[in-house]
Ligand binder design. Structure first.
Ligand code: NAD
Ligand code: UDP
Ligand code: UDP
Length: 326
């Protein structure tokens, strides 16, 4: 194993903190950069004594001068509730953040992986979505700050690749869940589990016939690392997600059953531009990375429910500093 110096932006977030754990376990030197907008120090607290780990408070919309071999660019709020809280900052984080991390990668000749998203496909008219689909995105709606920001970031990645020969990797992540999601994150899995555990109403947006496909975090991080290990000719984009598609109503029913909850399902208005269906075609990931997800929804939900139940038991569910405004 060659020990590498790896930068993870957004490293105190849900996915970033798991990625830091995996990189450290592999023996690498990890620099976690985060402004703690949606990330939490508690996600990385267990690594603070590790001599191979360093945490830096920094907003990636500002330049960053460090010396590293690889960069995973994950900094960006991922939940609709949080990315719509300060939409201008969301676009800045994706676009200016991409310019700064790409400028850094260019200067130090690092490999750089972009955490893009299935949201680049918008409310898709092609199903399941493969990487050749250009998407169906409303450029002026409330989700646009995230969707278009991530699309512009992809453009920047491919222009740095063509113009400067920067060693890029772009992965498009589909809905991912697991321990360390913030309990007030607003995403469907964390919302439904917290509501079920507390016996509160389950807030089903619309009639619940919209679909999603949920990937467990360990599978996702495995896909990240495999992508980073590919040769410079593999630039993506590559979908990473679990193609097991279910309706949001069915997800609510599974969680109620698993928790053994008395919660009722209550329909709430469907958010504007909420995609009606989403499911990854992972043929490219399977062929190029030898990757397929291994954790079933049933097993992944069990692990996640246990995590949130422990969190409730230890009363560590206080909101992050800026969350009170949402
Ligand atoms: P998260 O909100 O838990 O993590 C994002 C992290 O980025 C947080 O720690 C946050 O504090 C940090 N951050 C935000 N703005 C920043 C800035 N300007 N400077 C520095 N740090 C900043 O979300 P996540 O689920 O871990 O998502 C990580 C990445 O994966 C994001 O880029 C997201 O768009 C992408 N993604 C996630 C999913 C998913 O289902 N989890 C799906 C598609 C894409
Ligand atoms: N940058 C950075 N760290 C570096 C190198 C560059 O943050 O190590 C930022 C810097 O703000 C710069 C941007 O990345 O403006 C883009 O860099 P690039 O070299 O591509 O273009 P420049 O703007 O310097 O012409
Ligand atoms: N959703 C829901 N109730 C909630 C939160 C979300 O029914 O409390 C729905 C949401 O409308 C969407 C799906 O669950 O159709 C996934 O939402 P999430 O915010 O997790 O991610 P998205 O895929 O929309 O980015």
């Amino acid at each position: 194993m060659i020990k590498k110096r790896v930068l993870v932006t957004g490293g105190a977030g849900f996915l970033g903190s798991h990625l830091c754990d995996v990189l450290l376990a592999a023996g690498h030197d990890v620099l976690c950069v985060d402004n703690y907008f949606t990330g939490r120090k508690s996600n990385i607290a267990h690594q603070l004594g590790n001599p191979n780990f360093e945490a830096m408070r920094h907003d990636i919309t500002f330049p960053l001068y460090v010396e590293v071999d690889e960069i995973y660019n994950l900094a960006c709020p991922a939940s609709p509730v949080h990315y719509q809280f300060d939409p201008v900052q969301t676009t800045k984080t994706s676009v200016t953040g991409a310019i700064n991390t790409l400028g850094l990668a260019k200067r130090v000749k690092a490999k750089i992986l972009q955490a893009s998203t299935s949201e680049v496909y918008g409310d898709p008219t092609v199903h399941p979505q493969d990487e050749s689909y250009w998407g169906h995105v409303n450029p002026i709606g409330p989700r646009a700050c995230y969707d278009e920001g991530k699309r512009a970031a992809e453009t920047l990645f491919f222009d740095y690749y063509r113009q400067h020969k920067t060693r890029i990797k772009v992965v498009r992540i589909f809905n991912t869940y697991g321990p360390r999601m913030h309990p007030q994150d607003g995403r469907v899995v964390s919302n439904f589990i917290m509501q079920a555990l507390r016996g509160e109403d389950i807030t089903l947006f619309g009639n619940g016939s919209q679909t999603r496909a949920f990937c467990f975090v360990s599978d996702l991080v495995d896909g990240f690392v495999r992508m980073m290990e590919t040769g410079d000719d593999v630039v993506g984009p590559i979908n990473i997600g679990n193609p097991h598609e279910i309706t949001v109503r069915h997800l609510a029913e599974i969680i109620i059953r698993k928790v053994g909850s008395k919660s009722r399902i209550v329909e709430k208005p469907l958010p504007v531009d909420d995609p009606m269906q989403r499911c990854p075609d992972i043929t490219r990931a399977t062929k190029t990375l030898g990757w397929t997800p291994r954790v079933s929804l049933e097993d992944g939900l069990d692990t996640t429910i246990t995590y949130f139940a422990n969190l409730l038991g230890s009363n560590q569910t206080e909101p992050a500093a800026r969350r009170s405004a949402t």
